[in-house]
Design a protein. Sequence first.
Length: 617
Amino acid sequence: MSRLKIATPNKAQLTVERLYKDLERRIIASPPGLCPVDLQLSFLKMCHAQTCGKCVPCRVGLGQLQNLMVDVLAGKATLKTLDLIRDTASDIVDSADCAIGYEAAHMVLAGLEGFREDYVYHIEHGGKCSCQITQPVPCVALCPAGVDIPGYIALVREERYADAVKLIRKDNPFPTACALICEHPCEARCRRNMIDSAINIRGLKRMAVDNARANTVPVPEKAESTGKKVAIIGGGPGGLSAAYYLELMGHHAVVFEEKNKLGGMLRYGIPNYRFPRERLQEDIGTILSTGVEVKLNTKVGNGEGEISYNRLHEEYDAVYIAIGAHTDKKIGIEGEDAHGVMSAVEMLRRIGDDDMPDFRDKTVVVVGGGNVAMDCTRSAIRLGAKKVGIAYRRRQTDMTALPEEVEGAIAEGAELYSLNAPHRIEADENGNVTALWVEPQIIGPIDAWGRARPIQADVPLLRIPCDIVVVAIGQGIETRHFEEAGISVKRGTITAMSDSEVKDVHGVFAGGDCVTGPATVIRAIAAGKVAAANIDEYLGYHHVVPCDVEIPPVSYEDKEPCGRIQPGEKEAGERRKNFDAFECGMTRQEACQEAGRCLRCDKYGYGSLKGGRAAIW
């Protein structure tokens, strides 16, 4: 009897595995703005290379699809070619013997339907692509505010922290806020992924603001006064960003804020342990130093003691609506009105006003899986709750919260009840919450966004005893007064065009959460910046915000593989006791090494951030 051997990968198999990893890294690092037809052809070629070649649909059909798509890209196709591509792909879907052929052809059909206009443009314009690549550097393209990220990383490496803050502030007047709490979409497709892992961009931004506080770095010189006045409704990140840029352009910005402090959701939606209030004041103080006028405790509406929107429209040369999303959303289940049920908005607003809820010795369950739910969870722990749980209807991997936020909550003692959808809230005879009943789920079909959809499990309901239920499933926008004044509102949000101007209303602009629905801080900032530029154009000007920072030249050292620096945090058992900031910044050694990992895509490769001086608007 022959002896069996343990199978181990041979050299060829190991090489193939490395190639797969390399391909995966390149896909991750693919920048936005790629030609969709060309990208689809590349995937089709990869699928064709994986087929066994035994069946005609895969071996011949996929090859013919490639030839047809090459004709489209080369300008040799006609509109009839698109019909032939559709028919060929449909035949392959119906007759392929394996998933490779089926999925490859199905992908072609989906693309032909999803971006048919791109196919047609190639055909009608001799193979030219309709995709206008204006900012192909991935990190800059994915930053909603368009901050020159490679530039300030290079400045941090040379320890020119004040210049780095100036460069950031050219496009984002909240450098401190984004250094501490930004969701860093810029890192998603960092080309450093092709070598090892993305640059810690947010960490380097924090290095800059920690060593050159925003309120110590002077703002650019203001343009000559235009005599124009702009009313801004809302003192959150979007409204204050617009006010900052309008003041620099020479227009006078007046901010109307309903609450007694500025900051919006930066103050009333983000706990102190993530974003200390004194650090928020650094950014706000800098913005106000430009001459922005603020009217606190002033609500725009139709009630007694409120300023009407129509009055602002009449008295000011332009109006920008940036009211944010500050109302809560209901789950719509039995018992939601019981004593002990509160919304995330209410809870975080009280914390922002230093009116701390008393959770001592209470059992708290937070419903939701986003970053706001994690903020409520970690805050409840710090408020003295004896036990905190998170009820979420999907899996942990499906949570929309940043992974580090979820991991941080669990490390601090939170218990995760995943795949459990809220069913009803149980209360005692006095109306006090006693438990949350949930419906156990099983993971089901994949939806259009690639997330597995939960479906109800065939098991009994589960009772989770608790004293407090915090609902963190989203926020809404209070638009009633604006709708009554003639502002177009659709599905709970203000209808604004791409240039931020409100539909059918001259001189009124809107942006941020009240237009898009609840989104990130950096998106609100970007909306404020765009609105300021468009208001400036509406008023008859074309100002630019200058920035005279000299960006360091590119160094020519080899870029060897190197691990990503991840700043430390205070020990979980210690940080859970208070609302003090828990994240640690980088050391100079760490920041220099991390900044040195940047590939400077703005200088090497196809990028539009060319030249040695920072670009202006």
